[in-house]
Ligand binder design. Structure first.
Ligand SMILES: [Zn+2]
Length: 73
């Protein structure tokens, strides 16, 4: 009887720990998406993630080609 109770407590603790780990992973994913800022290309107005954009003269561009064309204007 005591063994069963100990086993049940161990299983419950393990399940709780598993849920907290999974929840933390989900939260991390969600916040990383939410923090992913999107900017519009100065040349073609295409929306690109800030980390993938090319910043030239403090203006965001979607590609090197548009950065080149945009800076010539
Ligand atoms: Zn562009």
């Amino acid at each position: 009887m005591l063994m069963r109770m100990v086993l049940a407590i161990l299983i419950a603790t393990f399940v709780c720990w598993l849920f907290s780990v999974l929840r933390r992973r989900l939260m991390k994913k969600r916040t990383s998406i939410a923090n992913g800022e999107v900017v519009a290309c100065t040349y073609c107005s295409l929306y690109v993630p800030l980390e993938e954009s090319i910043i030239l003269s403090e203006r965001p561009y979607c590609s090197a080609r548009h950065a080149e064309l945009g800076s010539k204007k």
